[in-house]
Ligand binder design. Sequence first.
Ligand code: NDP
Ligand code: 2IT
Length: 451
Amino acid sequence: MAGHDILDIVKKRNPHEPEFLQAAEEVIASILPVLEKNPQYGKLKILERMLEPERLITFRVTWLDDKGEVQVNRGYRVQMNSAIGPYKGGLRFHPSVNASVLKFLAFEQVFKNALTGIPMGGGKGGSDFDPKGKTENEIMKFCQAFMVELSKHIGHRLDVPAGDIGVGGREIGYMFGAYKKLRNEFTGVLTGKGIGWGGSLIRTEATGYGLIYFAENMLQEKKDTIKGKTCLVSGSGNVAQYSMEKIIQLGGKVVSASDSSGFIYDEAGITQERLEFLKELKNVRRGRIKEYADKFKGVVFTTDDPKADHNPLWNIKADCAFPCATQNEINEKDAKNLVKNGIKVLGEGANMPTTIEGINVLIDAGVMYSPGKASNAGGVATSGLEMTQNYMGSNWTREEVDAKLVGIMKEIHATCLSAAKEYGKPGNYMVGANIAGFLKVAKAMQAQGVI
Ligand code: NDP
Ligand code: 2IT
């Protein structure tokens, strides 16, 4: 079946799901040469099957807020593909969550997890619940109500959720507590748990650290390094914070951070001390990024303009850019601005932060561009290491986990490069990631028959 035929089927089956169709379109285009070379995958409709979730669960979440009023939210779990292992992927709590967003994330997760080399299938879930402005008690009540239903569909050998936007250590704690109470078992059913009750050292840092390890691998291809490079980072949550930390440790300079209200430009560079302020602002006080500009002299805050055709954050001159907030934060115009200013590396920390048009601009200009499914895979890979430690019943040291993370990111980088080269697109990390991820899952699906 030709690529446009598959895309047509997916479009007909999933009308009104722009994010899912965007992720599908990017992958289908990359996989066509693989289908030509391996006609059995076309005959077995492997790609078509991969584009249909094995199971999509939606459920009502009802809870009482602090005023005693009844609140109703929608919960989801997309169990996308279990060919190579139990479903694995994060939970997102954000008002923008819907089936399209979670299906795109679950689809990307299948490829990402395959690239890690750890046996994990792909899934994603979450809710349209908005954690902003909620009290600690309300967050706990919601997490417990969400788990009352989710607990029926997950398990440490079946489906192991973790965090994503709006879900960090606090929420994982409340959900783990609820699961344990409901099921009367202490198992590694969630990852991102606290140290001392089943969590892994370095999991908190892993996505951001892994992203920068991957960028170092890309730069090494050109006998270059991140040391001395000026870097743009967007977002100020988990992935952004630890990307910044690793850039600083490796001698790079981070000049930006953002949240959904706007961005700050710190021309002098965000130091470790200033990063500690940012972590406290975002993780403890849960404040807005503008406070960073109010606190430190010489820092400029720019308010987000949703009507603008580009984001001025991506028009700051820099060597490297690391989008770490959310999907579609870099469009064609943003990509052109980055290229105009001489960007060398764009490493995606977020999932699908660059539009297809934006990616084309970057690749055509020869920018070293890494897709999220490769460069942010350190998070889920370390979740896989957490699962292994839970199964073993013992823990690795910080140094041991970090060394494994470094090795996994190096391996993913090499895998992407070799698949891209084999299919005539040397240096194209997007094509390489899509092909390598696809082949691993396709082989397993073929072996397991038409089910
Ligand atoms: P957090 O909730 O910790 O942080 C998210 C950050 O992005 C916040 O600064 C938030 O701003 C901003 N943001 C979220 N949604 C929007 C939006 N619609 N518009 C503008 N800004 C927004 O999430 P993470 O750091 O965990 O996740 C960031 C990205 O990384 C996501 O794409 C996620 O899927 C991806 N990712 C996460 C992994 C993980 O291990 N956590 C692993 C791999 C990928 P505000 O505070 O204003 O909401
Ligand atoms: O997008 C992702 O890879 C994550 N949010 C992490 C998933 C996980 O299971 O650790």
